[in-house]
Design a protein around this ligand. Sequence first.
Ligand SMILES: Cc1cc2nc3c(=O)[nH]c(=O)nc-3n(C[C@H](O)[C@H](O)[C@H](O)COP(=O)(O)OP(=O)(O)OC[C@H]3O[C@@H](n4cnc5c(N)ncnc54)[C@H](O)[C@@H]3O)c2cc1C
Length: 483
Amino acid sequence: MKWDAQYDVIVLGFGGAGATAARFAADKGAHVLLVDAAPAGAEGGNTRYAKQQIATGQNQTELMTYFSQLAGSYSIPVKMLQKYVSKLVTMPEYLKRYLDIDITGSDQDRVHGDFADYPEFDGHEILTGISIQQQPQDSTLWQLLRAKVLERSQQIDIWLNSRAQKLVYNPATKLVEGVAIVHQNQLEHVSARHGVVLATGGFQANPQMVQDFLHLSALKPLGTQFDRGDGIRLAEGVGARLWHMSTYEAGNVLGGLTIAANTDQQLAILTDTALLNHGATCVVAEDGTRFFDEAQPTRHGYLYQHGNWVMPQRVNRAYLIFDRPQYDAFKQQGHLSSDPSYLIRAETLPELAEKIQVSAANLKQTVQDFNHFAETGRDYTTGRDTQTMWAFDVGPGGFFAIQLTNDIVTTQGGPQRNEHCQVINVNNQPIGHLFSAGTLGSMIVNRYQTGTNLAECLISGKIAGENAATASDLVAASENKAQ
Ligand SMILES: Cc1cc2nc3c(=O)[nH]c(=O)nc-3n(C[C@H](O)[C@H](O)[C@H](O)COP(=O)(O)OP(=O)(O)OC[C@H]3O[C@@H](n4cnc5c(N)ncnc54)[C@H](O)[C@@H]3O)c2cc1C
């Protein structure tokens, strides 16, 4: 192989996990190339969009209990969970030592107890959230991580707008020895003497992978458009084993639905839960029927079903339906102040059904049933608390609809890694010199707890970066062990 450039470590993805891996590899003395597919200003992946809540907890045993219950009937390798939990309890020290965030001093208001998304699980009270942002979604964490990379510019080179295409694997040495990257419109082969870290995030912005792995036809990513599952393709090319491919988390409102149109107003209207699911308002699917309890709090898209919290099968098209008084209330709150293009109006229900292309008979029945449930005090369709239901005003004020679509925060699947962040092959062996970090191949197998993705980025990014910088030692050690 004729190399165009040489480094000790190549980190693919300049999000939270990649920034962390690059920084810690550099601190181990490595000369690092940090690569991101997004152009300048759009790098940072989902980490840039995150609400920046990071999970921590005081007691490892209780955290193990809580996380095991999150996994439910699925399993996480014990060694991996133990390593994660052991680092989770030291998160305040980590933030202070490596990111200058001191939550013990004046920043104490950043700490939130009562943080567990599943308060019914044992060990829930041990979980605490640390909020990094100063303003809503101001990317403070991302800026801090980026600053730590830039401080090491002697050791870390950054290539933006550069998409990794392929890992270079040498079957003779059984090592990943470099990466083919499109950089400034040229395909360049760059060697990594010690290791490559895959930190390319999820595949939520890749419709084909969404179809293949999540069995869904459309999802609207709430974050970056550059998480296209490239790390999965790269890892597959060198025989990696995949895991957790169907696990994902959605937004935290209205059963993981968001407004289909691209609009700045989507969050305002959808976060006003007092109005959104209290009143003469409900959600119907493409056949005009209701399909979930709209007033139920969602846990990152997971909904309560028959004793369990599960990610429900999504519908293709959904509509928020409401009457004139509800419209007036939305408008009064400023959510519909301009005449929004995504708002569909009709004088009658049959006219509304025609406009949104659902069965008129079903829509009429849905509203009739809704009104009956609101009046009699029991919702036989979804079990919604009827205190949150007001009968639709069927007077002359008309009816309204807004098209909704399924949203997604991130996928969790990708190449399987072990507790050393080594990527595992289909024969259950570490692939030489290949590491991964962050949401690509996360350890999260089932239900999601807020703050655990970013915690995993910080934890696995450090492990992967340090181990990649000293990868020769690791490979020698595993070879000795095997003999
Ligand atoms: C709206 C929102 C709110 C969230 N809030 C929270 C929260 O409060 N707490 C929490 O824990 N989690 C939260 N999350 C989830 C969390 O942000 C992500 O799981 C986490 O930031 C992922 O980090 P990462 O480094 O693994 O991937 P990312 O940050 O997504 O970075 C991946 C990077 O890889 C790059 N890349 C992709 N392909 C290539 C390629 N071929 N070559 C080079 N580069 C490539 C991408 O451009 C991207 O910059 C939130 C997510 C969203 C969208």
